[in-house]
Write a protein that binds this ligand. Structure first.
Ligand SMILES: Nc1ncnc2c1ncn2[C@@H]1O[C@H](COP(=O)(O)OP(=O)(O)OP(=O)(O)O)[C@@H](O)[C@H]1O
Ligand SMILES: [Mg+2]
Length: 586
């Protein structure tokens, strides 16, 4: 494992901290209470040894048992308050940080919903998901624990130092003597531990990714008889993980024993120097006891800060990854004063449209296309020619590189996206169903539809009798991504969805590609009724389905090479003619 891979990429820690702080401080009162609690808890902690000192020197050695009793009571109260404040601050901090996380998750998700499709082309789904799972979790841990720990540790270091020097400067110096040794050791160990834990995370990530890929692709693995290869590869990841875990824990288990050794060494020094000074009258037995406590108290925050440091680092990195997404510009934007698009006739025009998904490669070249209201347009052409891309542009999922697309003469980039899409019903190549009932899924396009309307739409899409035969009919359960339905069934439900919405413009991208020929004919009959008077775009590889189109557009390699009615194109004996004949040769 190279160090490069596990390097933390924090580019701007200051800005990230400031931003996290902005989320936290929305609960201003809470933050102020937490800080007061932490200060009080620290004061109580630092006060403890001083009271012990008084108890020993003033009351035990001189035999004033009454006063001693009162003092012990006081000590008990101080320790109790210290714990109480500690608990309360942690408690309030959890609520503050959960509110902050709530807002971060909200901002992240809301922005993701607004980002254009080109963002999702560039970023893997798994990566985006891990923003919600891994990154949010790391930040959550740090916000709720580390903030308090950092403040607390620093305050204790300051408080203890002051207390020690006030009580006895020489002993204070003796106590601090072992601190550099201790600090160096803590830093070294924690650096190593951090490295191995991070490597382990990386290795664990690889192992999970591998397992996930092999499990979701199990059918292909089995189909090609690659089970043993999978098992062997998994073993490599597994061995790596085991080795890394052992190393990580080996190092972190070193902390305790060495810590204790150095602490004990420090204690011996304090007792030796303290005893010498007490004998000469420069110190007291009580102060030796107090310093033994302080020496312990002094080390804890150093240890804590070293541990927190790494968790803060990784949560800053996580926060940056989240903020990067929140800051990602929304590419397909609404204009400031959008044009109205209420009633439309459905005239569509593409004028000199050029477009590429990336800057490097132009996909559509100089597309010119005019569709009259109510016309039925078929887009045909080889795989990868750019048919779906044309549809993507009409729905304004992407912005053009140059040219204009108009509906009823209005530039669609000047219309609000939501208004535009209300006019367009789409059945896509790969249909997506959501977890819920069949009814919910059909109604997705028109939430206030009645059951009767839904049934009507499903009848038109030829899917009613299938749904009726399901165990719970329209209330049957749809799993995530519609995995318990066949592709053809999903497509029919999507067609019903589009029929229900009854938009002025209809787009069917290979909508009937996954159904059998008989169903296809039946759907076509339904579609014909549906498309009557509506501008519709149909993409189909099976040319039999588009023979009756008002206009057939042939696209090859991002360019329109032929245009016209079926008969005209056949007579022309060009690309379409060849394509058509190749499908009906036998
Ligand atoms: N999201 C995307 N990002 C980058 N390139 C893309 C993207 N979608 C499609 N392309 C590329 O654009 C070209 C046209 O794709 P498009 O999906 O429009 O083809 P198509 O004509 O619909 O093909 P098919 O008949 O197979 O559906 C292809 O070369 C494809 O690689
Ligand atoms: Mg396509």
């Amino acid at each position: 494992m190279s160090k490069e891979v596990i390097k933390e990429e924090i580019t701007n820690p200051k800005a990230t901290i400031k931003r996290l702080w902005n989320y936290l401080r929305q609960d201003r009162l809470g933050i102020i209470i937490v800080i007061i609690m932490v200060v009080l808890s620290t004061i109580a902690t630092v006060l403890g040894p001083i009271l012990t000192l008084l108890a020993v020197d003033k009351f035990i050695l001189s035999g004033q048992l009454n006063s001693l009793f009162i003092l012990l009571l006081l000590l008990g109260i101080v320790y109790f308050l210290s714990s109480l404040f500690n608990y309360l601050s942690g408690f309030i901090m959890v609520s503050i940080s959960e509110k902050a996380l709530f807002n971060i998750r909200r901002d992240l998700f809301n922005h993701l919903e607004k980002l254009s499709l080109s963002f999702f082309d560039k970023n893997k789904r798994g990566d985006l998901m891990s923003r919600f799972t891994n990154d949010i979790t790391i930040i959550s841990d740090t916000l709720s624990d580390s903030v308090i720990q950092v403040i607390n540790s620093i305050l204790i270091l300051i408080g203890v130092t002051i207390a020690m020097f006030v009580i006895n400067p020489v002993l204070a110096f003796t106590t601090i003597l072992t601190v550099p040794l201790f600090t160096i050791f803590v830093l070294l160990i924690s650096k190593k531990t951090r490295y191995y834990y991070k490597s382990r995370q990386q290795v664990l990530g690889n192992l999970n990714a591998y397992a996930e890929e092999r499990i979701s692709g199990i059918q292909v693995v089995k189909g090609y008889g690659k089970e043993q290869e999978s098992i062997d590869n998994f073993k490599v990841h597994n061995v790596n993980l085991k080795d890394m875990s052992i190393k990580a824990q080996l190092y972190s288990s070193l902390v305790m024993p060495i810590n204790m050794a150095i602490t004990n060494l420090g204690n011996i020094l304090i007792i030796a120097v303290g005893a010498g000074m007490t004998l000469k009258g420069y110190a007291t037995v009580g102060s030796i006891l107090a310093f033994l406590s302080y020496s312990k108290m002094f080390r804890r925050p150093i240890n804590q800060l070293a541990t927190i440091y790494s968790s803060i680092q990784s949560s800053l990195a996580g926060a940056e990854r989240i903020f990067d997404i929140i800051d990602y510009p929304i590419e397909v934007k609404d204009v400031k004063r959008p044009l109205k698009m209420d009633e439309i006739k459905g005239e569509v025009e593409f004028i000199n449209v050029n477009f590429g998904y990336t800057k490097e490669k132009l996909i559509l070249k100089n597309i010119n296309l005019k569709v009259n209201p109510g016309q039925n347009i078929a887009l045909v052409g080889p795989t990868g020619a750019g048919k779906t891309t044309i549809i993507n542009l009409l729905s304004r999922f992407y912005d053009l590189d140059s040219g204009v697309i108009t509906i009823d003469g209005k530039d669609i980039s000047k219309v609000r996206k939501t208004d535009l899409r209300k006019k367009i019903g789409i059945v896509l190549q790969d249909t997506h169903l959501f977890k819920g009932t069949v009814l919910d899924n059909v109604k997705y396009s028109k939430m206030d539809a009645t059951l009767e309307e839904v049934i009507e739409a499903c009848k038109k899409a030829q899917v009613h009798s299938f749904i009726r035969r399901l165990p719970e009919g329209y209330y049957s359960h749809v799993e995530e991504e519609g995995s318990n339905f066949s592709q053809g069934q999903r497509q029919l439900i999507a067609i019903a969805r589009a029929i229900l919405a009854d938009h002025e413009i209809l787009i069917l991208d290979e909508a009937t590609s996954n159904v059998d020929t008989r169903t296809e004919v039946a759907i076509q009959r339904g579609m014909k009724k549906l498309m009557k008077g509506k501008t519709s775009f149909i993409i189909a590889h099976r040319l039999s389905t588009i023979k009756n189109a008002d206009q057939i557009i042939v696209i090859v390699d991002g360019e329109i090479i032929e245009k016209g009615k079926h008969k005209t194109l056949i007579n022309k004996k060009g690309f379409y003619y060849d394509l058509y004949n190749s499908q009906f040769d036998n």
